[in-house]
Design a protein around this ligand. Structure first.
Ligand code: GTP
Ligand code: ZN
Length: 201
């Protein structure tokens, strides 16, 4: 049986098999040589299942669920929200990557814009899925293009990947930067303006 997932009272969406996740975590604990029945671990499979339900909640959301509020303000200059905290999960190792996203767009001729918080919510929709940073970046850009029909979009993401810090190559502090630019933001001057805003303190 699966439970419906409800996210902060904001729409809905889909199913997460908590029991199956719990069983899998129990198996994993046995596989690594632990005793899942010892005192400290007894509640862990259920706890981890609940944590994954939250961490992967974006699998059950679509961008349209969060880009709900749009206004026609007639504002046709660039809007940029920078330093949006990102917590995501690397789909190769299922460990976190974290950092910041900068999301900007130039509204459509009619000036169709969205609430600023909705840009951060959009980042979360895609970050709360098993991800690679490149896909996270392009999904945010493409969904904004589709829904707001802006003249241009820029998304820049800077993250540290725990799979490179705590294991494997073990290079803590290395940052990965990815960008996606669409429409008018591909123009050299416009892109340079956006980048200078992103880089400014
Ligand atoms: N392009 C890209 N690569 C990623 C991302 N997250 C993790 N990786 C890389 O995915 C690759 C997986 O490589 P594999 O050789 O299959 O796995 P591995 O043996 O665990 O690799 P190492 O991490 O080098 O030990 C690694 O090079 C990771 O650094 C991401 O968001 N984007
Ligand atoms: Zn990884």
């Amino acid at each position: 049986m699966t439970d419906p997932v409800t996210l902060d009272g904001e729409g809905t969406i889909g199913h997460f098999d908590e029991k199956r996740a719990e069983n899998a975590v129990r198996e994993l604990l046995i596989a690594v040589g632990e005793d899942p029945d010892r005192e400290g671990l007894r509640e862990t499979p259920a706890r981890v299942a609940r944590a994954y339900k939250e961490i992967f909640a974006g699998l059950w959301q679509e961008p349209e669920d969060v880009l709900t509020t749009t206004f026609d303000l007639g504002h046709d200059e660039m809007v940029l929200v920078k330093d949006i905290e990102v917590f995501s999960t690397c789909e190769h190792h299922l460990v976190p990557f974290r950092g910041v996203a900068h999301v900007g767009y130039i509204p459509s001729d009619s000036g169709k814009i969205t609430g600023l918080s909705k840009l951060a919510r959009l980042v979360d929709v895609y970050a709360r899925r098993p991800q690679v940073q490149e896909r996270l970046t392009t999904q945010i850009a493409d969904s904004l293009m589709k829904i707001l029909e802006p003249r241009g979009v820029i998304v820049v993401i800077e993250c540290e990947h725990m799979c490179m810090s705590m294991r494997g190559i073990r290079k803590p502090g290395a940052k990965t930067l990815t960008s996606a630019v669409r429409g008018q933001l591909r123009d050299v001057a416009t892109r340079a303006e956006a980048m200078s805003l992103i880089m400014a303190n």
